[in-house]
Ligand binder design. Structure first.
Ligand SMILES: [Zn+2]
Length: 103
């Protein structure tokens, strides 16, 4: 797979899948709603975690920047990617200076 570039922090490399940590949320939703449904007998309430997990699986293949977590990682060959590379090559830009001087 080709390297990608993050349009928000300029990280170059492979984006990571954003599923590992969010599985905890799934487990939490299932645990909470599941025990609630069992305790009250409201089994239709289980629709909520099912919908949540379905939504999750739909977003499963999306990736994010391992450095800043931005979802906006693009191919270096694309127009956006080239713009990001250019921005990275010129660190004298005002917003960069602002960030550095605020530390
Ligand atoms: Zn980034």
């Amino acid at each position: 797979m080709k390297d990608r570039i993050c349009t928000s922090c300029g990280y170059e490399g492979q984006p990571i899948k954003q599923c590992k940590a969010s599985f905890l949320v799934d487990a939490f939703v299932w645990g909470t709603v599941g025990s609630f449904a069992l305790a009250t007998g409201l089994l239709p309430a289980l629709v909520i975690p099912v919908a949540w997990t379905t939504y999750h699986l739909a977003k499963f293949n999306t990736t994010k920047c391992p450095q800043c977590g931005s979802l906006d990682m693009v191919s270096k060959d694309s127009r956006k990617g080239r713009a990001a590379l250019e921005r990275k090559a010129k660190p004298t830009q005002v917003w960069v200076n602002k960030e550095v001087s605020s530390h």
